[in-house]
Design a protein around this ligand. Structure first.
Ligand code: GLC
Length: 694
């Protein structure tokens, strides 16, 4: 009602001014508009009506400050969202989103371009570190919680990049091809769940095309699904430079972002002309503006404007610490090498710039961590972005954190540039800890799953010199591990965030249990991927191509189950320093599926487990789908009773002809496992027929 009243009070020119925004970064030839703080986006307010400006900052891992555009403006850097997802703890995602919201607001921003929720279909994609999972339920649950956390701080969040922006290669050219039933059950379900749970004020449409039309002018995605089926009340903003015609307004786009990056400011003079000619009806413009105002009111941008003030970086750093502690995944631990005893006498810490800080990902999500950039390693490349591409290390350094754990031990750092020097240092120490980095960034995918820059050879040399070698991976996702067999232990630390070194040391020495579980499959190598060679590889820049998502909704563990593929490490996998027993499976069928069971800590030390519930055979036959999970912290001998209610959309298939989620009355099979391939309890239940609207 407030939005309606305000919208009616606007002039046409004011309406038009609200539906396109500037990139407000003082880089690449643009400058900061008057009134803007200096960030990804800015839309001027209308003081005469008390309509605040939209000060829009990136993004999902903290308040970004790409290329230090606001000189010296640091922020708490969260670990990659892969680590948040690996915690399988939506409450943690909420806290992480709230932390970013708090810092954004205290810096004067009222919009966070966060909520990255693309399905991770390929481990080589350059932005996986900004996304959560290969599974739609885990992705949607985590993104939804993070969005809710941010918006509870009265900072409006987006969910992005809608939809199928699942690789960086040719991101502005490719057309995603996937049938509607599979689309609904995969990427779209991840967005649907995030929107249901997080109520994002805005949805950011993606650069790519879907089934032909660009996502930002795609009637099916924007009108039929998002605003029609899902009844989404907020607004659709474009990605930066993703608008190609004023007609996008009639297809459901509500606001053009970063407009200078488009061939024209389509939602400026061309939109005014289209209004005059009737090509865009005036009520469409009113709806565009109403959606923006309605979300601004709903999130509290009018009633709770940002109040710049001091930030409690210590408290916010504690959120980042907890996120990384809960997100580290212990992949291998031969002969109980970990946790390290405090009596260890000597440690060689090797490589990965571990003496400087921890690795972060590149692109619009880049945060300058509190304490500033500790080391910057240029990557290089062609203009316009190449000269700026750098690996940024900051936050707590692993080397210092490890040393602090064992002050009486002899702990030395070797930079790892020469495998022989590293091997010599490893040979002379009780334990070697070698850090291996895979830097990823927006605008580029990794060409394969290898660890770059000779790190495989480095690790092989160190493991050959000392069997008590621990490999700590700081990667954007799954990598090949040719050195796995001789390694004593392997941790996936993702991009570890502001307190990353401290969290890694906490897990290495057992001060916290290794509680993370893989939110993505770690394939053995590229041959296990639906597209061993990334679509679009080798095409001339700007050449359109199809991204044929032939795997459909059978992404990651689902496809592996269907094809009997054994990955290097399966979805949901992760070791603990103790072990757990599952028992007492009980299934309740009928008009819904309820699953309950007990998990007990059967070991001698406290620890974390994430028992997972999977559908293993649905009404239409064998198919593995995550239905739910619990993250439990248990003392030795302690038992926890778990209850999971299955979302009916996960038990159904989308019937395109009828446009409904449906399954007949049938018997389904369910399993409880410690990973998608370690299924320990099995049972079945009879379900009534289901037919529900999307
Ligand atoms: C970028 C990204 C998007 C980001 C926006 C503003 O190109 O695709 O995620 O929020 O532009 O920086």
């Amino acid at each position: 009602r407030r939005a309606t009243l305000l919208e009616q009070a606007l002039t046409t020119d004011e309406r038009i001014a609200l539906v396109h925004g500037d990139q407000a970064m003082p880089i690449l030839g643009t400058k900061i508009p008057a009134g803007a703080i200096g960030s990804a986006g800015y839309i001027a307010g209308i003081p005469r009506l008390g309509l605040p400006a939209l000060q829009e900052t990136d993004a999902s891992l903290g308040v970004s400050n790409l290329l230090d555009m606001r000189p010296g403006d640091v922020a708490t850097a969260l670990p990659s969202t892969l680590a948040i997802a690996a915690s399988f703890d939506p409450a943690l995602a909420y806290d992480a989103g709230a932390m970013i919201g708090r810092e954004a607001r205290l810096k004067g921003f009222n919009v966070l371009l966060g909520g990255g929720d693309n399905l991770i279909r390929d481990p080589r994609s350059g932005r996986n570190f900004e996304y959560y999972s290969e599974d739609p339920l885990l992705s949607g649950a985590m993104a939804g919680a993070a969005i809710r956390g941010t918006q509870d701080q009265h900072v409006l969040s987006t969910v992005k990049h809608y939809a199928f922006g699942d690789q960086e290669t040719g991101r502005m050219q490719f057309s995603a091809r996937i049938g509607e039933a599979a689309a609904r059950a995969s990427d779209l379900l991840a967005f649907e769940i995030a929107i249901e749970r997080g109520h994002p004020g805005a949805v950011m449409c993606a650069y790519n095309r879907y089934a032909g039309p660009y996502a930002c002018e795609n009637e099916f995605l924007l009108q039929h699904v998002l605003k029609g089926d899902w009844g989404y009340p907020g607004w659709v903003m474009s990605d930066w430079g993703a608008v190609h015609a004023v007609a996008a307004a009639n297809a459901g786009l509500d606001q053009e972002s970063g407009a200078q990056r488009d061939a024209q400011i389509w939602f400026g003079a061309p939109l005014a002309a289209a209004l005059r000619s009737g090509a865009v009806p005036p009520q469409r413009l009113s709806d565009m503006v109403h959606r923006i105002l309605r979300s601004m009111f709903a999130v509290g941008l009018f009633d709770h404007p940002p109040k710049p003030g001091p930030i409690d970086y210590a408290a916010d750093g504690a959120v980042a610490l907890r996120a990384e502690q809960q997100g580290i995944v212990l992949l291998a631990n031969r002969d109980g090498l970990l946790p390290l005893a405090k009596s260890v006498r000597s440690i060689a810490v090797i490589g990965g710039q571990a003496d400087a800080g921890v690795l972060s990902g590149g692109g619009s999500s880049q945060v300058i961590p509190v304490g500033g950039v500790k080391r910057l390693v240029p990557v290089g490349g062609e203009p316009p972005f190449g000269p700026y591409l750098s690996m940024i290390f900051g936050g707590s350094a692993p080397y210092a954190a490890i040393k602090a754990k064992v002050p009486q031990a002899s702990v030395h750092y070797v930079n790892g540039r020469y495998p022989k020097a590293a091997a010599d240092a490893a040979r002379q120490a009780d334990v070697a800890i070698v850090f291996a980095n895979q830097w990823m960034g927006e605008e580029g995918d990794a060409p394969d799953m290898s660890l770059p820059e000779g790190q495989d050879a480095l690790i092989a040399a160190v493991t050959a010199a000392n069997p008590h070698t621990i490999v700590v991976l700081q990667t954007g996702g799954a990598v090949r591990m040719p050195w796995l067999a001789p390694a004593g232990a392997v941790l996936e630390a993702w991009y570890p965030g502001q307190r990353g070194g401290d969290a890694i040391a906490d897990v290495l020495f057992g001060d916290v249990d290794a509680g993370g579980r893989l939110p993505v499959t770690f394939p053995a190598d590229e041959s296990q991927l639906p597209r061993p060679v990334i679509a679009g590889t080798g095409l001339a820049a700007g050449q359109p191509f199809d991204l044929d998502l032939g795997e459909g909704a059978e992404v990651g563990y689902r496809g592996d189950a269907a094809r009997g593929v054994k990955p290097l490490f399966p979805f949901g996998y992760g070791l603990s320093y103790t072990h757990f027993a599952y028992s007492g499976l009980h299934l309740q069928g009928g008009n819904a599926l309820e699953v309950s069971f007990d998990v007990r800590n059967a070991g001698a030390r406290a620890g974390v487990d994430v028992p997972q519930v999977y559908l293993t055979r649905g009404c239409a036959g064998a198919s593995q789908r995550l239905l739910g999970w619990a993250r439990v912290e248990l003392a030795p001998g302690q038992t926890h009773h778990v209850k999971v209610s299955a979302d009916p959309r996960l038990l159904a298939d989308f019937d395109v002809a009828r446009q409904r989620w449906r399954h007949p009355a049938c018997r389904v099979e369910v399993a409880v496992g410690a990973s998608s391939q370690d299924l320990r309890l099995r049972g079945g239940a009879a379900l009534d027929a289901v037919s529900i609207a999307p």
